[in-house]
Design a protein around this ligand. Structure first.
Ligand code: NAP
Length: 313
């Protein structure tokens, strides 16, 4: 494969963090390339309604926000390539990004590779994925019109997606392992006021059962120590996220869940290498904080390239 040397900064991941980094880097005059392995937009594209992104007083879909971000990045000549990054050489002054289609030598790298849904890792989960088990209410919710579904989890995602599912399903159970939700209060209030939603507290799913499709959950109540069965048609699993940080494993600092640690400039411990968005260790994972990280990472990369410009000659 040919070595491509025309770019200043490579951004790994095309979600809100990567796209924001691209807007700032390209607008700042850096020759910028984004690598995205599947679809531009990241996890937020599957969120039907975003209510808290500033500038949109009516709710807006995640897809619409990232579509605008993509157009804005391209307006400043950032290039977006649908290529999967296989390896990154971070050791030298220049960094080497190897994808399934080419090899790129760049001055700086921004890791914005995001996160993916955590699985429950219980019997039946894999077998019934796509046959009643889903990780995306926006994608699959309409299949459950008039049916009974359960959402597993108690965070913002579980609660938001449960409310979205009430548009289609006749009944939505939220099954949570504790007796209190983790989700923010405003979402909790809406869930408790929704007549289609019933909470099942203190319970974990031990097994997903069925024939060709999901028919049943085997539940275990941690307080009463009793097992029970719940008949339903679909299960939506929202039990948190896992960072997509394998590419830089053991070379940057991680927290105890493998989110990348950076300083306030989004710098990892490697010169010229930055991280942004959901893949990083942070307190608030939102489009706005991903955007802020991306902007900061691009600003830092630009500064670093400028400070080292004589070495790159
Ligand atoms: P999260 O906040 O980490 O919540 C995960 C939920 O799943 C928790 O309630 C957790 O229970 C439960 N859980 C974890 N492992 C489990 C297991 N093995 N079995 C059963 N339950 C399990 O994840 P998230 O809801 O996906 O949110 C991820 C991030 O995105 C958060 O920072 C969130 O604030 C953000 N987000 C924001 C919005 C919004 O602002 N509109 C929307 C979606 C997501 P415990 O509570 O007992 O730990």
């Amino acid at each position: 494969m040919e070595l491509n040397t025309q770019y200043d900064v490579a951004i790994v991941g095309g979600g809100p963090a990567g796209l924001s980094a691209a807007i700032y880097a390209a607008r700042g005059g850096l020759k910028t390339i984004i690598f995205e392995k599947t679809l531009v937009g990241g996890q937020i594209t599957i969120t039907a309604e975003v209510e808290n992104y500033p500038g949109f007083e009516e709710s807006v879909s995640g897809f619409d926000i990232v579509e605008k971000m993509q157009k804005q990045a391209e307006k400043f000549d950032a290039e977006i390539k649908i290529e999967e990054v296989k390896a990154i050489g971070l050791e030298g002054l220049c960094k080497i990004v190897e994808t399934n289609k080419g090899i790129y030598k760049v001055k700086s790298v921004i890791i914005a590779s995001g996160a993916h849904p955590r699985k429950l890792a219980i019997p039946g989960e894999e077998k019934y994925t796509g046959r009643g088990v889903s990780y995306c209410a926006t994608c699959d919710g309409a299949l459950y019109r008039g049916k009974v579904v359960a959402v597993i989890g108690g965070g913002d995602s579980a609660v938001e997606e449960a409310m979205f599912l009430t548009k289609f399903a006749s009944k939505v159970y939220i099954i949570h392992r504790r007796d209190q939700l983790r989700a923010v209060k405003i979402l909790q209030e809406r869930v408790f006021a929704n007549e289609k939603i019933e909470m099942i507290w203190d319970s974990v799913v031990q097994e997903i059962q069925g024939g060709d499709f999901v028919e049943n959950l085997l539940l275990y109540n941690k307080k009463t120590k009793k097992t029970s069965e719940l008949s339903l048609n679909g299960v939506f699993i929202f039990v948190g996220i896992i960072p997509s940080s394998d590419l830089v494993e053991s070379r940057v600092d991680f927290d105890d869940q493998n989110f990348i640690k950076t300083d306030e400039t989004m710098h990892t411990k490697i010169p010229g290498v930055y991280a942004a968005g959901d893949v990083t260790h942070k307190v608030l994972r939102q489009i706005i904080t991903a955007g802020s990280d991306g902007a900061t990472a691009a600003f830092s990369a630009e500064k670093w390239i400028e400070e080292n410009k004589d070495k790159f000659k």
